[in-house]
Design a protein around this ligand. Structure first.
Ligand SMILES: N[C@@H](CCC(=O)N[C@@H](CS)C(=O)NCC(=O)O)C(=O)O
Length: 205
């Protein structure tokens, strides 16, 4: 059985667990909880030298990271009826899916960096750095609001966006992307009814 190192709130892990559900591969993976902010990260670095989650350990012991590489591998394992589900086979849609995944991961990165900055002692915090991440979050949301999301349908690109937006709501609730971008709110409302998203929603505390 493959092993997935995870935490319940990681948005990058969520992309992987939602992908497993979409591809009907969830029963092929054993989950191992890993708190990367605890001392156990030292030993975990022998699995993933970056000390980050998610990591997927294959049956032959090979380790895959990070989430885009894991999701591409999962797509390669999928049955025929799931071919092209995460990573479309048609070139233009495939490029769109990859680009949106990169932009959504960047949006998530900015939310993570902002959150970590706010966890520092007040005296050591940088207002400029926080502001820079907030600008990236806002401009990424504005950019996505202009993209043909509904027309594109489901892929790793739109899945990554849904998890990124929900992570923004969790960690940066002061910014209401739904109010700022009605088109994103409408798209997300319908997209997020998918069981893969419902079943992987992070705990709210
Ligand atoms: N680009 C990576 C990002 C993974 C990542 O940053 N995960 C966070 C948890 S949400 C982490 O493990 N952080 C620990 C650290 O940065 O030292 C991916 O897509 O998998």
């Amino acid at each position: 059985m493959m092993k997935l190192y995870y935490s319940p709130t990681s948005p990058y892990v969520r992309k992987v667990t939602a992908s497993l559900i979409e591809l009907k591969l969830a029963d092929k993976v054993e989950r191992i909880a890993m708190n990367v902010w605890s001392d156990s990260v030292s030993a975990y670095r022998s699995v993933n030298p970056l000390g980050k989650i998610p990591s997927l350990v294959l049956e032959d012991g090979k380790v895959l990271f990070d989430s885009p590489i894991i999701c591409a591998y999962l797509q390669s394992l999928a049955n025929n009826d799931k071919q092209g589900l995460l990573l479309p086979t048609e070139a233009d849609r495939a490029q769109q899916a990859q680009l949106w995944q990169a932009a959504a991961d960047g949006l998530t990165d900015a939310c993570v960096l902002r959150f970590l900055e706010l966890k520092r002692d007040e005296a050591r915090r940088s207002a400029d750095w926080q502001q820079r991440q907030e600008t990236s979050i806002k401009t990424a949301c504005a950019w996505f609001a202009q993209q043909p999301l509904a027309e594109h349908g489901f892929s790793l690109g739109t899945l990554s966006l849904a998890t990124a937006l929900e992570y923004a709501s969790l960690r940066y609730s002061e910014y209401n992307w739904r109010e700022q971008h009605a088109e994103l709110a409408t798209w997300h409302q319908s997209f997020s009814t998918r069981p893969s998203l419902r079943e992987t929603a992070p705990p709210t505390s």
